[in-house]
Ligand binder design. Sequence first.
Ligand SMILES: Cc1cc2nc3c(=O)[nH]c(=O)nc-3n(C[C@H](O)[C@H](O)[C@H](O)COP(=O)(O)OP(=O)(O)OC[C@H]3O[C@@H](n4cnc5c(N)ncnc54)[C@H](O)[C@@H]3O)c2cc1C
Length: 432
Amino acid sequence: MANVTRRNFLKAIGIGGAAAATGFGCAANGTVADARSAHVVVVGGGSGGATAAKYLKRFSPEMQVTLIEPNATYYTCYGSNWVIGGHALMDDIKHTYGALKDRHGVNVVQDTVTEVDPARRTVRTAGGATMNYDRLIMSPGIDFRYDAVPGITAADAERIPHAWKAGEQTRLLRSQLEAMPNGGVFVMVAPGNPFRCPPGPYERASMVAHYFKQAKPRSKIIILDNKENFSKQGLFMSGWEQHYGEMIEWVPSSQGGQVEEIDAANLTAISDAGFTRIKADVLNYIPPQSAGAIAQQAGLVGDTFWCPVNQLTFESSIHPGIYVIGDSSVAGAMPKSGHSANNQAKVAAAAIVRELSGQEPLMPSTANTCYSLITPDHAISVAAVYAYKDGTISAVEGAGGVSPADAPASFRQQEALYTKGWYDGITADIWG
Ligand SMILES: Cc1cc2nc3c(=O)[nH]c(=O)nc-3n(C[C@H](O)[C@H](O)[C@H](O)COP(=O)(O)OP(=O)(O)OC[C@H]3O[C@@H](n4cnc5c(N)ncnc54)[C@H](O)[C@@H]3O)c2cc1C
């Protein structure tokens, strides 16, 4: 959140000083007289949820905040392409919840939420607990729509990794590339919009090409794309030409890129009404996506597979008292990125604390930056600043932009250093 220091924020919402001495209690109907006596439950300890839990405690230290996350270890998707390309290790993208617990006072529960009851304001978990909440923040990320293309099911991901959630899937794709012969074909099927991380597939192709160039130079990468253009396209394509020659072939939707069927047994993608069949040695099918399954169970999705929210606060426009942030939400012009989720979490946390203290939400200013490595020494970026206007989040004209097209190698190298700096900064902000 721009221009809001913690001290100003606390002043604005009336917490601290004399106000902090007054005691407030919970009203019987689920309404709360003050943020300090409230219990906020956060579902999902990823980029959005972990930030939200931490910042709720920073904004209102006496508030009870419970974060429910099934995994003790979180692997960031950002950086996972570097692992796939052999430029980083799994340990480099690994984060845990110790600081949230010990430093910030978040009650971290290792469990899976299986049911949300918006009327009773309760969540149930796989471990058998039922928990009351005054406000709920949902940041469950994405799920996959395996029913969108025939011939492949979720079970096939054990052989045909999506690697669009980091962890075991990242390891699997990396090991398949290692086992692939020199001269093999890596086929990626990229989804149509909207999906998690718009530049992600193209950074992945770059990192795989980086690996092939060193270890398997006769190999080929084919991207079958369900779109006509993609994020930072000109910069990616000129970087590919410069570093990888003709190793990467990008096929747009209108030229056979729109995959209509997968022959999973034969690792083959089928398009052009069956006329084009592309056989892979390693097939990376990234399915179309939707809000996380628990958001769907809770009835938070609209008719677009994603959760509509009041974009000023991120409160669900379907169920009051529930806030949906990160990839699951519909957030105007903001892309589905870790940086967006991190910013949205702070907006929602601030809005909840203010609402519980009887105050109007602040007018938020948010941002997104996304760095992509083309080689370990050549990075490109896109950045934008967003403001709430006429009911939606819009990009602020003249702010942000992409890396210049004609920058020298030293500029690209500098951006590669910023990439690592961005990673260290944002992960420290989320889990540190
Ligand atoms: C290859 C790739 C590269 C990327 N690179 C970048 C990048 O460079 N920059 C960038 O900003 N973004 C990047 N992203 C996007 C970024 O990873 C996501 O946008 C971001 O993680 C979304 O945050 P989130 O909180 O919505 O979801 P997540 O971070 O996925 O967190 C969701 C959490 O919810 C938990 N959860 C799910 N269901 C339940 C349940 N029922 N109960 C309890 N917990 C549950 C999950 O275990 C998970 O920990 C990349 C993504 C990919 C795939």
